[in-house]
Write a protein that binds this ligand. Structure first.
Ligand code: MG
Length: 160
């Protein structure tokens, strides 16, 4: 089964920028209820989507004070737990991060390894792509970051 996830967050000066669990050196960061990690939020929605488990907002509402400044890795840990509970396993994930700057080239490997660990899969099964939006739209104006993610999961007893 395939799942798709999307997330975006506003960017502002003086906020911290955490993407895929990695702190990025940047003058602008995300404004959010949790830690604003748009990569892990998109991934969480892709995982939940593949398993037919609705969306991140349903499981972890941003109106819940419990999730204020929450480390978004807990959303992934919980989604992975729910996937295992349904006798499913994650095959791979492919993530596109759309951010005008800073460039994420030097962070891609760390993001990849961190996500692999959270998803309990080898890092070759996590692919991270970083792109700009060619100065167009909200990403191009440095107003926000957007992330697209797909993942595949399958039944544990599928030997494929
Ligand atoms: Mg989000």
């Amino acid at each position: 089964m395939v799942g798709f996830g999307y997330d975006s967050h506003r960017l502002a000066e003086g906020e911290s920028l955490i993407l895929g669990g990695v702190k990025i050196e940047s003058k602008i960061g995300t404004i959010a209820h949790s830690d604003g990690d748009a990569v892990l939020h998109a991934l969480c929605d892709a995982l939940l989507g593949a398993a037919g488990l609705s969306d991140i907002g349903e499981h972890f509402p941003d109106t819940d004070p419990k999730y204020k400044n929450a480390d978004s890795s807990l959303f992934i840990t919980e989604a992975v737990r729910m996937i295992k509970e349904k006798s499913l396993r994650i095959i791979n994930t492919d993530i596109s991060i759309i951010l005008e700057r800073p460039k994420l080239k030097d962070y891609k490997q760390a993001i990849r390894e961190g996500i692999a660990e959270l998803c309990e899969i080898p890092s070759e099964r996590v692919n991270i792509k970083a792109k700009t939006n060619e100065k167009m739209g909200f990403v191009g104006r440095l107003e926000g970051v957007a992330v697209y993610c797909v993942c595949e999961i399958q039944a544990l007893d599928n030997k494929q």
